[in-house]
Design a protein around this ligand. Sequence first.
Ligand code: SAM
Length: 225
Amino acid sequence: MEALFDDIVGRYDRVNTILSFGLDRAWRRTAARALGSPLGTLVLDLGCGTGALGLQLAATHRVVGVDVSHGMLTAAVSKATNPGRRMRLVRGTALRLPFRSGAFQGAVSAFLLRNLDDLPGAFDELARVVAPAGSVALLDITGPRHPVLRRAFDAYFGAAAPALGALTGSPNAYRYLVRSLAQLPAPEGVCAMLREAGFSDTRARGLTGGVVTLFTATRGPSRRT
Ligand SMILES: C[S@@+](CC[C@H](N)C(=O)[O-])C[C@H]1O[C@@H](n2cnc3c(N)ncnc32)[C@H](O)[C@@H]1O
């Protein structure tokens, strides 16, 4: 996984923007706005990549970004030292976070969930590091439910991602992208996992016809141990 993201890092932001017709920025903005954590509090950007989501929040919150990929974090460093939008960067995995319990008042992630092979385990860790009453806003590609839109979505990703892979010289990475789209459970399944981990008020909001879904939840008073 680290090697895969290390391999595409130089082109990552640009290819994202091309693949999503520029919508990825608007989706992240929606996720940042949906986070209910009070201004100035400490929040986590899980799977921060090059820092695109965390840096939006850094204008209003103290942000720590965590990612497994050294390459992605290196790319985030130059942006994360910008005065007024500072973000601390830490290398680590969402499956075993290098932070104390209850350290954060909130957490966000964008396009990470489908890469995790143990989503319940990652949500347990998230519930551990987010303090009770803290909020989370997690964004990922889910694909539209409407059958016609779904066929168009599948055809688009089936053709566009491999073509970009060939053009950028990273065919494996973009083949993986298409495979990973099938890995995330349906939105109600993701909400059920969040509740099992100790979150309440779970909501799944489809954006752009359900191409991506924004999951929001509040950390309950107790969590699964
Ligand atoms: C598709 S990128 C998204 C990056 C960024 N959040 C964004 O909005 O552009 C997924 C990121 O998750 C990271 N990642 C994958 N598995 C991870 C894990 N187990 N723990 C932490 N980060 C992980 C990858 O290295 C990569 O940077």
